[in-house]
Write a protein that binds this ligand. Structure first.
Ligand SMILES: Nc1ncnc2c1ncn2[C@@H]1O[C@H](COP(=O)(O)OP(=O)(O)O)[C@@H](O)[C@H]1O
Ligand SMILES: C[C@@](O)(CCOP(=O)(O)O)CC(=O)O
Ligand SMILES: [Mg+2]
Length: 373
């Protein structure tokens, strides 16, 4: 029995441009990761771990046969994409695979508490997979437990983080089918810059972004598969659209790099136009939704420009808030969005990657959730 409690957190993310295109090898622009957006409810806990041996490795994709066996074991129907089914499957796969490679994961109780809305485009699946990977690897001693007596938080070494990221990617594969790997890298490292991603950091101006959750549920797995189907069906039509999304990400990055720290409003029309063009493209590749059209219409009626963020199909949209936007206009926009049944908040950006926390440093909400488990 594992006698200690491990409390871990990992951040979500906000994509400015490049969702879906990044799955097909294009660039994507990210804001620094988001944290502490709002409270959610704990997901069902898993009381026991599987300990069967098989052929598993952090560099290998989960095979169709392995997933089939696990679905049978857990009583999950073949095409199920419900949140609980995918979460359970990812947990079972990671637990089984990590046990097989590093030795049995001890009996553990796992409680998941998400401050991110789940299935809304803010990378909750990756945050979940990163936390699971870090917790399971620590529990079976494949990586160290870096939190020392008296410390409130700790992070792992670079080598350990690389291992956490590899296993989290496999977890994302179970949830998404074909993820780009960028979300789990953000969850692991926080500020991640890879060849397939350019990150909007403090080197470039801080953008004010309004995040709006349409609360329309959707699954990244289903949306990513739909885009692939469209590309296979109409390659000559869809590939140029993905190339154009790629060009938008690069153009956006150039504009941001040219902007001073406190930019005057004259830079914003280009960024706004890029939002509009990308939103049209995302509709073309089939990941729009009437709720997102509504979001764009409502913000446009206040002179503001929006696009979906993440996989689309509902979930969240982002609205660019120009400098000099009057408090009145901002409040009226939020009021009209809320009247549609949406929820809005300004992003709180710049969270670290996966972190281990001491129990004494937890906030009241998390302590309450733990005490109820
Ligand atoms: N707190 C959580 N508890 C359990 N599963 C979670 C949690 N957060 C995310 N997930 C899993 O991730 C899935 C949502 O991922 P996805 O469709 O990629 O949307 P997003 O990553 O934008 O939130 C859920 O269906 C669930 O399987
Ligand atoms: C659509 C995609 O580009 C982003 C998906 O993000 P999310 O799961 O909706 O938070 C997929 C990916 O990058 O793996
Ligand atoms: Mg996801």
């Amino acid at each position: 029995m594992w006698e200690r409690s491990l409390v871990l957190s990992a951040p979500g993310k906000v994509i400015l441009h490049g969702e879906h295109a990044v799955v097909h090898g294009k660039v994507r622009s990210l804001l620094p990761p988001v944290e502490g957006l709002r409270s959610g409810s704990p997901a069902p806990d898993a009381a026991s771990a599987l300990r069967t041996r098989s052929d598993f490795d952090e560099s290998k994709s989960p095979s169709v046969e392995q997933l089939h066996t696990l679905k049978e074991f857990a009583g999950i129907a073949a095409g199920a994409s419900a949140p609980e089914s995918l979460a359970t499957l990812a947990f079972l796969y990671m637990c089984l695979a990590i046990s097989a490679k590093y030795g049995d994961v001890p009996n553990v109780d796992i409680l998941v508490w998400s401050e991110l809305p789940t299935g809304a485009g803010l990378g909750s699946s990756a945050a979940y997979a990163v936390c699971l990977a870090a917790a399971l690897l620590t529990a079976c001693r494949a990586i160290s437990c870096p939190l020392k007596e008296g410390e409130s938080t700790a992070r792992w070494t670079e080598e350990e983080l690389t291992l956490i990221n590899s296993w989290a990617f496999q977890g994302e594969r179970v949830i998404h089918g074909n993820p780009s790997g960028v979300d789990n890298a953000v969850g692991t490292w926080g500020m991640y810059v890879g060849k397939e991603v350019s990150l909007v950091t403090s080197r470039v101006p801080m953008l004010r972004i309004l995040l709006t959750n349409t609360k329309v549920p959707r699954s990244t797995k289903v949306l990513v598969a739909g885009v692939k189907e469209k590309i296979l069906k109409f390659p000559a039509i869809m590939n140029p659209v993905l190339d154009s999304i790629d060009a938008i990400s690069q153009e956006c990055q150039s504009v941001l790099e040219a902007m001073p720290a406190n930019p005057s409003p004259e830079y914003y029309p280009v960024l706004e136009e890029l939002f509009d063009i990308n939103q049209h493209h995302l509709n073309v590749i089939g990941v729009g939704h009437p709720s997102l059209d509504m979001l764009c219409r409502v913000t446009a009626s206040h002179g503001l420009h929006s696009k979906l963020t993440g996989a689309g199909g509902g979930g969240c949209g982002i609205t660019l808030l120009r400098p000099g936007l009057e408090a009145e206009g901002y409040d009226a926009t939020k009021r009209d969005l809320c009247a549609c049944g949406f929820e809005c908040w300004e992003t709180n950006i710049g969270a670290p990657g996966v972190t281990l926390h001491s129990s004494s440093s937890l906030n009241a909400e998390v302590l309450h959730a733990l005490s109820e488990s």
